[in-house]
Design a protein around this ligand. Sequence first.
Ligand SMILES: *Cc1c(COP(=O)(O)O)cnc(C)c1O
Length: 393
Amino acid sequence: MASEYDRREFEAALRPTRAIVDLGAISTNIRTIKASIGPTVDLMAVVKANAYGHGARFVAKTALAAGATDLGVATVDEGTILRRAAISAPILVLGPIDQSEYPSLLANNLSPTIARLDQLDNLLSALPRLDAVAPVHIKLDTGMRRYGGSHDEVMAIARRVAAHPALHLAGLSTHFAEADSEDLTRTDEQLRQFQHLVEQLGAEGIEAERCHVANSAAVFASPRYHRDMVRSGIAIYGLQPSPAIALPPPMRPAMRLVSQIARIIQLLPGDRIGYGGTHLVTAHAQAALVPVGYADGYRRGLSNQSWMSIRGVPAPVLGRISMDQTVVHLPNQFHLRPGEPVMVFGADEAPSADDLATMLDTINYEVVTGIAVRVPRVYLNGEEYVGVERLSG
Ligand SMILES: *Cc1c(COP(=O)(O)O)cnc(C)c1O
């Protein structure tokens, strides 16, 4: 715990509650995925939602340096942030785009995912010059019933893209609903529908530059889902797509949340802790105030059930988690003072993101994307300090 980088990061003029992101872990995860898909398959690093809470700018640059070829975001705004960070790799907006956003999409050289014919009109009317060529990815709904066009819609969109001199059919995609399931029957049925589309377009002489269907779960489920490019999100952060899918070594989680003891609290029998007094103290004990709360993404649903780790010893949460503060029971074998480091999740004896997800009846995706922007991100490469991102810039 008390290693060189811990001291340095806690000495910096920064709030002690921080997400530590190991960019070395991101690189290792990217390289391991690259090794498993092979040299002929491209890798899109999905960095939507501020890189699943890890911080999009640092993660995107690290992923590209480690071998990712493309980036995926959910919104035009998310793509714009990356362009402002001088990233020039292809960036695909995976979700639907409002009509008003096409000029900004094109100005930032972002690629849209098209699923309706009228979206092409929006794209074309936003083209800045007559000789400009806009890359287009078209998405087929093969069973997710979320974003994506029907077979006939996609055929019509693809014909129009292929025939238009200002449009380039850069990609054809679909998205799996159950690639994390042990039973891949329905995933294969989705793939079959996708393949049918590819063949029908091929019969008309229409071919996309790259086909892409796999999310992280599908990457590890089978090479038959890899096609020309995979779109991996959760795995690049070192988190499992589902409890059933283990990531191969040496992949590992990149994020941990740390804090510091802000106050030692002497507890007497009969005391009650926090809002609603939901924890009743029955014996003399010591507790510690930790300046992290549900507004940081340390969710209130963890009240009275989660724990943190102090000097490698579990420290259970006592009472309700407030917006900005939480009280934990102190391991009584130590004489501790304010300033003592606390591991909130992701390392030592603290819960993993998966453990918190289980307590909250959700998935690890929601735990890490929920870490609020007010929590500074401190970037390390292994033990080495790389940089910091915080709300005030
Ligand atoms: C978010 C997203 C992904 C990444 O999914 P993971 O399960 O995190 O790998 C891939 N494709 C699309 C279309 C997405 O929206």
